[in-house]
Design a protein around this ligand. Sequence first.
Ligand code: ADP
Length: 435
Amino acid sequence: MKVLVVNCGSSSVKFQLVETDAESARAGTDRALAKGLVENIGGTAVLKLEVAGRKPVKETAEIPEHKIAVDRILDFVTHAENGVVRDRREIAAVGHRVVHGGERFKASALITDDVLEGIEACFDMAPLHNPPNVRGYRAVRAVLPDVPQVAVFDTSFHQSMPAEAYLYGLPYVLYERHGIRRYGFHGTSHRFVSARLAALLGRRADDPGLRLITCHLGNGCSVAAIRGGRSVDTSMGFTPLEGLVMGTRSGDLDPAVVLHAMEREEIGVREANALINKHGGLLGISGVSNDMRALLEAEDTNPRARLAVDVFCYRLRKYVAAYIGVLGGLDGLAFAGGIGENAPAIRARALAGLEGLGLSLDPSRNAGARGSEAEISPAVANARVFVVPTNEELLIARDTCAIVSAVAPYGGRDRGISAPADAFQATPVSASQES
Ligand code: ADP
């Protein structure tokens, strides 16, 4: 099945066209046929298309709205010379990355009117992300009205967290009235990477005794503790701000810091929001960059760049150690994301001193692992450590394919059937499927 995977932002659409089915997903042979991006929707937009083994194609065009962007993407992938499919009718389903699914969506779901309402009900909690995600759905529906669409939520994987992990120490009424609790994000990545890690360990992902930690370290960063294939804790919270130090986000803070800074700096809510989301993290500490590669290059001569990297690694080490405690031990840990996959120095600095907890790296394996799957712990290790490149789009395509295939015989979206959510959640991409 050819699935168009869409990640819709307020002025951009990222996409991949993925060919997948149950068998190729199980064998791990499903692949992206093409990927690309439309940026600056609402003005002179830039369109990019990449097909493996070919020169990337780039165009500019006036694209006033998302619907036109989707239309252009379909022109792009069906282009006689540069495209990868002959006809847009070959696209059997569309899978959307949706940032927030609240407490309702514990698994990916076929988008029906009812599901759409559920996504809209989360607008308050993800005002920058969920509305463009819905705009993407509507744009696709306008252009491909008969194609089923599936929502894959960043939060779903973490819905298995117990109350003791997701509740804040706040008046309970705030949870009841406004849904103020920890949700966690990057769920698609943690789910993909943990399933792959289980396979690399030769274990079933849903083996109830399997204890894993996955570290997604990109511009946004989070850690998850996973037992038996289910997330039991993760570092992001009500929003993607909590937890690790990130490119521009502060991560964990004493909340009183924000109130104090607002008073002393005489700033309002908007500025305070920007302070902790856009001017904090690696950028805020170093004063030079939010980009880990740039900081690693600068740190020999710039003490604040070094400090930013040190704070980043220390915070990560604290979370890893805490999650070993949460899990009562550890079988495997994986690094993913641009930093996790490409920065051996960060991996080494973050895990330094955790030997007593059974975690260590083999220096030469670690140094050699960049951008592809590799074991980086010593040959004999209590907990094995791997680099596992994440692939959220592939998992979105697999979920979409599985859900659309499962509901089609019963009449699909026209009958308003939502996906077999629980059944699907019970069988995340398992070890055998991932190998
Ligand atoms: P996003 O979260 O936007 O998808 P990525 O997963 O691509 O971002 O991660 C971006 C981060 O990865 C940046 O901080 C970048 O500096 C870092 N990164 C990428 N390559 C390297 C490298 N070779 N060494 C260190 N950091 C790297």
